[in-house]
Ligand binder design. Structure first.
Ligand SMILES: Nc1nc2c(c(=O)[nH]1)N[C@H]1C(S)=C(S)[C@@H](COP(=O)(O)O)O[C@H]1N2
Ligand SMILES: [Mo]
Length: 197
């Protein structure tokens, strides 16, 4: 059981939860406005240099959870693929067709964005978006696509699953009350990445 399972973290998956994951045949495709399209296996991803961030995933539905998220920084993958000058947005797609889209400026350079495969050193598993998911702590969780299979570099913004259903395109975390999964307490958040607890 990983930390998210132990804490009974709420599970969001519009496309349903896979009964099991196929790590051996997993492929992440990076395509669109890049010099070199990449197709990476789970082994390829694990072989790349990684970073770990002790940070929170925060959902507009009203929960926030802290864990140590490990993965390949998006910047490293984009460097490997080579961005074309007209690439402006990152569109992420899950195995089941869930999508979300962010401006590159929100997920590169000084911004944390991981192509994540471990949480507190354990696999994400079928409930929490394995083999590989995005982790973007400073935006509402709907940008952190689970069951990630494709990252497409595009020129024009496309609304993703939740953005098409009325949630904001920016996904900037707004002030309000939230449930802190780690402590089991309801807390006030002030807006922006949740770092206060
Ligand atoms: N593929 C996929 N990724 C997804 C979603 C989804 O429905 N499908 N929901 C998003 C939302 S709304 C949130 S808050 C987080 C929740 O992550 P968790 O299920 O690991 O708590 O996943 C995001 N990524
Ligand atoms: Mo969410």
């Amino acid at each position: 059981m990983n930390i998210l399972e132990k804490l009974n973290t709420p599970i969001f998956s519009a496309e349903g939860i896979p009964s099991k994951l196929d790590y051996d045949n997993y492929k992440l495709r990076i395509d669109g406005l890049v010099e070199n399209e990449l197709i990476l296996s789970f082994e390829d991803i694990k072989a790349m240099s990684f970073k770990t961030y002790n940070k929170r995933l925060t959902s507009v539905s009203g929960f926030t959870v802290r864990a140590k998220w490990t993965g390949v920084p998006l910047d490293d993958l984009l460097k490997k693929a080579g961005l074309k000058s007209n690439a402006k947005y990152l569109l992420s797609t899950s195995a089941g067709g869930y999508t979300s889209c962010v401006p590159l400026s929100e997920v590169t350079e000084n911004k944390v964005c991981l192509v994540c495969y471990l949480v507190d050193n354990e696999l994400l598993g079928p409930k929490y978006g394995g083999p590989v998911r995005l982790f973007i702590p400073h935006l509402w969780g709907y940008k952190s696509t689970k069951y990630l299979v494709m990252l497409s570099l595009i020129e024009k913004y496309i609304k993703g699953y939740w953005e098409s259903r009325g949630y904001t395109d920016s996904a900037e975390i707004e002030p309000g009350m939230t449930y802190d999964v780690n402590s089991g307490k309801r807390k006030q958040i002030k807006g922006g990445e949740v770092t206060e607890f």
